[in-house]
Design a protein around this ligand. Structure first.
Ligand SMILES: [Ca+2]
Length: 507
C-alpha cells in the first residue's frame, strides 16, 4: 500500500511539474488584418504613430523578413493556425473551408487540451467544412469571434458589443475585452493563450476619430517604388491581377488613404498598450509572451499596385515582433533577418507552451531566433497565389537575399521568370533573371522552386482544387499542355458545390 501511495505521490509531483501553470508561459497572439511591414514606426516609418509596437520591438525581437506564404486573409489565417501551407490545409476563397481535423490539430485547440485557458476575439476569417460559424464557440474557454469580415462599429459585433459605450470603435474595444479576459484567465489558475484578430486596418478604411485626428491633412512619404511608372518592368502577368486594376485610391488620393490606413493601425497599437498595462496590473507581465503580426502585407501604391496577394515585398511581408519577458535583458531590441513565415506561428506557439510540435508541419519553431537572431530556420521559403484570375497566379521562392518568381501563364504573353537581389534591391526594381552574372543564383532558385513543386504534387489536399498546380506551375511543361486544364476548370466550377459555398468576395 505504501509503495502504491509513493507511486501516486511521485506521479502527482511529476504531473504537476510537467503541467503546472507557473512553468508554462501565457501566450498572447495579436493579429492585425492587412498590415504591410512598412506600416510601423519600429520598421523605419517616420510618419506612422505606433508607440506600443515600437516599445514591444525594443523589449523583444523584431523580424525583418516575415512573409505570408499565401498573402490573403482566409488562407493566411489557416496557415497561422495549422502551420501548413495553403495547398495542404486547402482553405482559401474559391478552394474551400477548413476540414475539422486540421482545426482540431491547431494551436488553440491543442493548447486547451494541454490545460491552457484559451480565448479568441475578432475576425476568424474562415469556416469549418459543413459547419455553421457557431461551431467555433465551444472550441475556446472565452469566445468573442465574429462572422465574415466583422464590423468596425463595436456595437455591431456580438462578442464585444458590451464595450460599445466606452469604445465605439472596435480596436480599443478588443483591448477592453482583453482586460476582462486576463482577469478570467488569472482566476482559472491555468496558463492562458489569448488570440485577438483585429479588423483593422482592413477595408473599408474607417478609423477611430480619436486616431484620425492625428493624421488629418498631413502628407506622407511615398514608398521608394511608388506609382505605376515603377511597375512597368514587372511581369505582364501581374498586370492582370486585381492589385493592378483596383484599389486606385492608393494612386488617386495617396495622402487621404494613408491617413486612414495609419490611423487604423494606431488604433490597434492603442489596444496593444491597453493589454500591456493590463498585464502589469494583473501581475502577469513577467510570464506572458506577446506575438504581434498581420495576415498579409499591402501594396499601398508600390509599383502602382493596391491590394495584397501578389508576391512582391510590400504585399507579402508583415511586421512580426515576439517578446518573451523570461529571456535575459541582453536580448531586448534584437532584429532578425531570418526568412520566416505565417506558417511558423503554430510551431512557435507549440514550442513556447511545451506542447510537442506536430510532425510534418511546414512551419518552424522560431524560439531559437529569440536568443540567436543571426540564425536561419530554413534556406528557402515558397510563396503561393492559388486565388483570383488564373493569369496572375504564381509561385515564388525567397532565400536569404534573393527572390525568384515564376509566372506560368502563357495566353497572349510569355511565361516569365523574375529574380530580385533583395540584399541590394529590396524594392524589386531590377529583374536580374536574364543577367549572366546571376546564372548560378537563378539555377539555385530554380532548384528550390522545383523542390517545392514536387512537394505540392506529393502532399496536396484532395478535393479542394489544387490538383492541377504541379502541372500549371511547372517550369518545363509547355503552355499548350496547361491551357486545357484551365478551360476544364472553368467549365467544372459552376457545378462545384464546394466552390459555391466558398466563393465569397474578398473586399
Ligand atoms: Ca488580411
Amino acid at each position: 500500500m505504501k509503495s502504491i501511495l509513493l507511486i501516486v505521490t511521485l506521479f502527482s509531483l511529476l504531473h504537476r511539474s510537467a503541467f503546472s501553470a507557473e512553468d508554462r508561459p501565457n501566450i498572447i497572439f495579436l493579429f492585425s488584418d492587412d498590415q504591410t511591414i512598412r506600416a510601423a514606426g519600429c520598421y523605419g516609418n517616420q510618419d506612422i504613430i505606433t508607440p506600443h509596437l515600437d516599445q514591444l520591438a525594443k523589449d523583444g525581437t523584431r523580424f525583418a523578413n516575415h512573409y505570408n506564404t499565401t498573402s490573403i486573409c482566409m488562407a493566411s489565417r489557416c496557415c497561422v493556425l495549422t502551420g501548413l501551407y495553403e495547398y495542404r490545409h486547402g482553405c482559401n476563397f474559391d478552394h474551400g473551408d477548413l476540414a475539422r481535423h486540421f482545426f482540431e490539430a491547431s494551436y488553440p485547440v491543442q493548447l486547451r487540451q494541454a490545460g491552457y485557458f484559451t480565448g479568441f476575439a475578432g475576425k476568424i476569417g474562415f469556416l469549418l467544412e459543413g459547419e455553421p460559424f457557431e461551431a467555433f464557440e465551444n472550441q475556446f474557454d472565452v469566445w468573442a469571434g465574429g462572422p465574415g469580415q466583422t464590423e468596425y462599429a463595436t456595437a455591431k459585433n456580438q462578442g464585444i458589443a458590451q464595450y460599445a459605450q466606452q469604445y465605439p470603435h472596435c480596436s480599443r474595444a478588443y483591448g477592453a475585452w482583453a482586460l476582462d479576459f486576463l482577469k478570467s484567465a488569472k482566476k482559472s489558475g491555468k496558463p492562458f493563450c489569448m488570440s485577438i484578430s483585429f479588423k483593422a486596418p482592413h477595408l473599408p478604411f474607417t478609423p477611430d476619430p480619436i486616431d484620425m485626428k492625428l493624421y488629418e491633412g498631413k502628407t506622407f512619404t511615398r514608398p521608394a517604388n511608388y506609382g505605376v511608372e515603377n511597375g512597368k518592368h514587372l511581369s505582364p502577368q501581374v498586370h492582370t491581377s486585381r492589385a493592378a486594376s483596383g484599389y486606385r485610391e492608393w494612386m488617386n488620393d495617396y495622402d487621404g488613404t494613408v491617413a486612414k490606413y495609419y490611423a487604423l493601425i494606431t488604433g490597434v497599437d492603442a489596444a496593444l498598450g491597453m493589454i500591456r498595462d493590463g498585464l502589469v496590473r494583473e501581475g502577469l507581465s513577467q510570464n506572458t509572451v506577446i506575438i504581434f503580426t498581420s495576415d498579409n502585407g499591402y501594396n499601398s501604391g508600390s509599383h502602382g499596385f493596391g491590394d495584397k496577394v501578389i508576391p512582391y515585398e510590400e504585399g507579402s511581408k508583415s511586421p512580426l515582433i515576439i517578446y518573451d519577458p523570461r529571456l535575459p535583458k541582453q536580448h531586448a531590441g534584437q532584429v532578425s533577418d531570418a526568412i520566416i513565415a505565417n506558417v511558423d506561428m503554430a510551431a512557435t506557439i507549440f514550442a513556447l507552451s511545451g506542447v510537442p510540435v506536430p510532425e510534418g508541419i511546414d512551419g518552424k519553431n522560431l524560439t531559437p531566433l529569440l536568443t540567436k537572431p543571426e540564425g536561419q530556420v530554413r534556406d528557402h521559403l515558397p510563396l503561393f497565389n492559388f486565388w483570383g484570375t488564373s493569369s496572375a497566379q504564381s509561385m515564388a521562392i525567397v532565400s536569404p537575399g534573393w527572390k525568384y518568381i515564376h509566372w506560368y501563364y502563357g495566353e497572349g504573353m510569355k511565361p516569365t521568370e523574375e529574380l530580385f537581389q533583395l540584399s541590394t534591391d529590396g524594392i524589386e526594381m531590377f529583374n536580374t533573371a536574364e543577367n549572366t552574372p546571376q546564372a548560378d543564383q537563378i539555377s539555385t532558385m530554380r532548384d528550390f522552386y522545383d523542390q517545392e513543386l514536387a512537394k505540392i504534387a506529393a502532399n496536396v489536399v484532395s478535393d479542394h482544387g489544387y490538383e492541377n498546380y504541379p502541372t500549371l506551375f511547372s517550369r518545363t511543361i509547355p503552355w499548350g499542355q496547361k491551357a486545357p486544364l484551365l478551360t476544364a476548370k472553368k467549365a467544372a466550377n459552376p457545378e462545384n458545390p464546394k466552390k459555391k459555398r466558398k466563393a465569397k468576395k474578398e473586399e
